[in-house]
Design a protein around this ligand. Structure first.
Ligand code: SAM
Length: 270
């Protein structure tokens, strides 16, 4: 493996398990992530959880401005020092779930769209995904490292055993592409599971077609709450026979057989 010291400076703080700290330490995968992001002049990159700078510093070498959001105060000073010779790093010390991406995108007269990047803390990866979805209108794309099992669920299609609520909720709003797998040995300390990098590109809001986001989320949740049952039973108190008919969805189907567009039709029919 290509061991990689991100800055050449001393980053000696021990990893904090409660913050999901597994630092990338393999140059091959770091380079692959930077290539996948492929920053272009004028892009407004925002990295979630820069940690010790494994992705941050190579990104800064290619792109002179970067904003990062890091919860761990102990990492701020060394990150600032390591980034100083490379470019303009803006550090927001905060829980990412409290950061308003829309306000961030609109700050300083920006074009209004940001690109999100991050080797995410796995313990809160789903809340981060849904938080980003809430701000999808200002997000051009996202490149995230997550547990491979989660990426498999995000990208799964109907008929797959792992097609579920996360697949439908994300695919309704984004194009989801699983890019590559990263083994535990690429991290310090190694996680127990394989990881994968995924690209999400939010769809143009005018093409999403969901009339009421809360109703859509309710229908999807109920449908997969009892995935072995027919939709007629799983959605017993949620969707009526008339609404099934209006949506053109068979009530004897099961949730895992439906296309994302059929969930949209069911929610819109109500
Ligand atoms: N990007 C670095 C890398 O690839 O080596 C670190 C990735 S590590 C898996 C996740 C990072 O997210 C850590 O630096 C951790 O401190 C940070 N983090 C954890 N919870 C956070 C939160 N709620 N908000 C912002 N950052 C958080």
């Amino acid at each position: 493996m290509n061991q990689y010291s991100p800055s050449g400076t001393a980053f000696t703080a021990p990893a904090k398990k409660q913050l999901g700290q597994h630092f990338l330490a393999d140059r091959h995968y770091i380079d692959s992530i930077v290539r996948a992001v492929n920053p272009k002049p004028g892009d407004r990159l925002v990295e979630i959880g820069p940690g010790q700078g494994a992705i941050t510093l190579p990104l800064l070498r290619q792109h002179p401005e970067l904003t990062v959001i890091e919860f761990d105060r102990d990492l701020i000073a060394p990150l600032t020092a390591a980034a100083a010779p490379l470019g303009a790093l803006t550090i927001i010390q905060s829980d990412v779930l409290r950061v308003d991406f829309t306000a961030l995108a609109q700050a300083e007269g920006g074009s209004g769209q940001i690109r999100l990047v991050g080797n995410l803390p796995y313990n809160i990866s789903s809340p981060i995904l849904f938080h980003a979805l809430d701000h999808a209108a200002v997000v051009r794309d996202m490149h995230f490292m997550l547990q491979k099992e989660v990426v498999d669920r995000m990208a799964a299609g109907p008929g797959s055993k792992v097609f579920g609520r996360l697949s439908v909720m994300l695919q309704a709003y984004c194009e989801v592409t699983s890019l590559f797998v990263v083994p535990p040995g690429a991290f310090r300390p190694p996680p127990k599971v394989d990881s994968a990098v995924v690209r999400l590109v939010p769809r143009d809001p005018s093409t999403v077609g969901i009339h009421d986001a809360r109703r859509f989320a309710e229908v999807v949740k109920a449908a997969f709450g009892q995935r072995r049952k027919t939709l007629r039973n799983a959605l017993n108190n949620v969707v009526s026979a008339e609404q099934f008919a209006a949506a053109g969805v068979r009530p004897d189907a099961r949730a895992e057989q439906l296309e994302v567009a059929e969930f949209v039709a069911l929610a819109n029919a109500s």
